[in-house]
Ligand binder design. Sequence first.
Ligand code: ZN
Length: 274
Amino acid sequence: MPEDLKDTSRLCLHTITTKPWTLEQCIDGCLRHDIPWITVWREHIEPYGAKEAGRLLRESGLKVASLCRGGFFVSASGRGREDARNENRRIIDEAAEIGAPLVVLVCGADPEVPLPEARQQIVDSIHHIEPHAKAAEVRLAIEPLHPMYADTRSAVVTMDQANNLLLALGSPWVGLAVDVYHVWWDHFLRAEIQRAHESLFAFHVCDWRVPTRDLLNDRTVMGDGCINVPQIRGWMEEFGYRGPIEVEIFSEELWAMDPERLLKRIKNGYLRST
Ligand code: ZN
């Protein structure tokens, strides 16, 4: 059941949502608006370094849901794939340093690599980095992306494909990040959420703006688009998800707004339409 109209105990802010802010401003914004969870993007860590970012986060008392993002494993060259694995090992270390128990993976795609081969490369690379994740006690979440990103961002574009990768990997350290923006259209969504059950590691929310004017940065706040977010959240909870509800919104329009006003709008959207 959804919380009452004041409960924000599961609300989580992705720092990319308030992109113009620094990490410190994001932290302060969360504290002012009773947002207890934060997911940190690497670009927000970079100006501070992971050690200092970790200190700021620990001192804030906020709970860190995850680090965004790792992945991009696919490459036509063996050297490219090896570099990506090493980069992901560094990202796992960074997650451990900032106290993030999870790294979200955008798995990668390369127009020169056929999609089935790309998916095999993804399985191989996650298999290679999994021991590093386990040693660091950092879980990995495969995020299937919307099929429009199959050219350069992810060869994993359905929940079915993501669940199949989990099956191939067979590790309790690897699960799924379900983002409503990417999977809302899928006729088999409920069945695939059920299939994932204990592998449901993260839940990202926003809304699909109608009409969408830009395929990269035109998401909107929950309740302002055409996704039935409460229904998808209901399925996540029906099959065992109890974690934070993470607001991740890429939008040139909303980034141009005063972030303070945006956070009020997000909280409202979360309480009424999530
Ligand atoms: Zn997401």
